[in-house]
Design a protein. Sequence first.
Length: 169
Amino acid sequence: MDPPDQHRAYGPDRLGFAALTISDSRTAADDASGDEIERLVAAAGHSLVERRVVPDEIVAIRAAAGELLRLDGVDVLVLSGGTGFSPRDLTFEAAAPLFERRIDGFGELFRMLSFEEVGAAAMLSRAAAGVIGTRAVFVLPGSPKAVALAMERLILPEAGHLLGQARRR
């Protein structure tokens, strides 16, 4: 068994996810990104513990993220929306200072993969990730295509591995 496979063996096989959509215009009824997260989590054999929508406000984002991270069964929190550069895009500012350990490679890889699909506009994404306590947090753009890219290519394949390493004693 090679070292990456050995490390993956420490990780849980089934994860609990929480989805937090950040939007001033979406509601639970028309949250396409949240729908995509829910669909992909279920298809991968994991569970969605909770799903919410909050406005693009730092206090609201931090409060909801904190509540979701305290829920039993949540291993991974995925935030979608508010990662661009408009004045109301505040998700990065809300979440990044909470990271106890940053996962710089996530944002780098997401932008690289996104560049293959959308070109130079990928550099405008402030996708990010980090660990808070023993839980992983991913900050994604709000488009369903960006959510699918991040979930399918990065988060779902490696979240168990990440958590296995973060929780090792």
